[in-house]
Design a protein around this ligand. Structure first.
Ligand code: NDP
Ligand code: MN
Length: 384
């Protein structure tokens, strides 16, 4: 085996009240980055500001990061950072706020470079000459608080760019279950199934190792045991805490082992139909597992460790419990007409085949295989 690396945040604070750790920070100035209004509305932003003040740190607020953050938003934030000169960047919110803050950080450290120059994986210059980074997630799904990834959208070309750099792995992640507690039920369901997809794909990835498997297995166990409760009882702090931790653990696995066809295909269904990321993953998972099972013994390995018979059956049980349809045909979130599906099927299959996540899927799926899986997941057909 060639030389590999494993990177995660230096410190992860977790458990109820973990946000309080902000008051122990050493520094002078912080840029707080957040999304729309949720963190303000539920009081977490004010709490964070007060805790930083207690640490003797003055802060500015960079807010208004939109879902699927844009290059413009990133550049606006970097400019504000350049004027204020923070030594900490504190991102609090969903994956969108965290992702945007990571790339703002890059342009704060390197104002002379362009967005185009960081698109190639690994091309980002070193960070941490000016500031360090704290991530406080408010959703339990993307694991941006752990990962070396950020997804930024070019609004002119409508292209979503996955930016990859090990330097973007945050210094500190704070997992306080009080924060995701205010997520609405459908976001809990979709982001929770995204966690399952991260874990299942990291396990089956051709880049999976003994460093990544344990995190993925534990994440799967936590999702199976806690997601339906977090969905049905939004104020259940134990279920919220376990899901928040599952998300981070799955992140530790997939940021180092990468993903597979579920994500390749979900990215393209998202692009063509606008269907939510976690929802596409939830629908695709059983079909991709059925396809991959022919070439991978990793599902059997996970099932043995988890004491379950069939992970696909468990996933479909979760989907049913959370009112997630089992096929794209039955998905009412967007217009999934057969006519439109057939019209884009070939293009979508080619694009999914070319997605970087396909590279780590077990076996060597062809465009025809991807098309067959899309058809199975649309109509609910068995995988050949
Ligand atoms: P978003 O950050 O886009 O947030 C979705 C919505 O949920 C927003 O309206 C937000 O409101 C609201 N919200 C967030 N937290 C809460 C809360 N605790 N209570 C109530 N409402 C809340 O969602 P995700 O976390 O799913 O992130 C998606 C983004 O992450 C996408 O851009 C995706 O491409 C990216 N991504 C990044 C990965 C990575 O490794 N970096 C991996 C996978 C996806 P408001 O804006 O008002 O706060
Ligand atoms: Mn995902």
């Amino acid at each position: 085996m060639s030389v590999m690396s494993f990177s995660i945040p230096r410190t992860i604070y977790y458990g109820e009240g973990a946000l309080e750790k902000l008051s122990l920070l050493k520094g002078k100035k912080a840029a707080l980055v957040t999304g729309g209004s949720s963190m303000k509305k539920f009081g977490f932003l004010d709490q964070a500001e007060a805790l930083l003040k207690k640490a003797g740190i003055s802060s500015i607020l960079i807010d208004g990061v939109e879902p699927n953050p844009s290059v413009e938003t990133v550049m606006r934030g970097a400019k504000e950072m350049l004027a204020f000169e923070p030594d900490w960047i504190v991102a609090i919110g969903g994956g969108s706020a965290l992702d945007a803050a990571k790339v703002m950080w890059c342009f704060y450290e390197h104002p002379e470079i362009s967005f185009e120059s960081i698109i190639e994986p690994g091309s980002m210059p070193p960070l941490r000459n000016k500031a360090r980074f704290i991530a406080i997630p408010s959703t339990s799904g993307t694991a941006s608080e752990i990962t070396a990834f950020s997804v930024i959208t070019d609004t002119k070309s409508h292209i979503k760019y996955p930016i990859v750099s090990p330097d973007m792995v945050p210094d500190i992640a704070i997992l306080d279950p009080n924060i995701p507690m205010t997520m609405p039920a459908h976001i809990t369901a979709n982001t929770g199934m995204d966690v399952m997809a991260h874990a299942v794909e990291a396990i089956a990835s051709v880049a999976a190792t003994s460093f990544t498997d344990p995190y993925a297995i534990e994440a799967m166990r936590l999702v199976l045991e806690n997601l339906p409760t977090a969905y049905k009882e939004p104020k259940n702090i134990v279920a919220r805490e376990k899901m928040h931790e599952a998300s981070a653990l799955a992140g530790m696995a997939f940021t180092n082992a990468s993903l597979g066809l579920v994500h390749s295909m979900a990215h393209k269904v998202g692009g063509e139909f606008g269907v939510t990321h976690g929802l596409s993953n939830a629908i695709l998972l059983p079909y991709v597992i059925a396809y991959n099972r022919k070439v991978s013994d990793k599902y059997a390995y996970a099932e043995k460790l988890l004491g379950i018979k069939d992970i696909s059956v468990e996933i479909q049980r979760l989907n049913k419990e959370m009112d997630i349809p089992l096929t794209f045909k039955d998905c009412t979130e967007v217009d999934f007409s057969e006519e439109k599906f057939l019209a884009v099927l070939d293009r979508m299959s080619e694009h999914a085949f070319e997605d970087p996540c396909t590279l780590t899927n077990p076996g060597a799926p062809t465009v025809a295989d991807v098309k067959m899986i899309f058809e199975a997941a649309y109509y609910g057909k068995a995988i050949k």
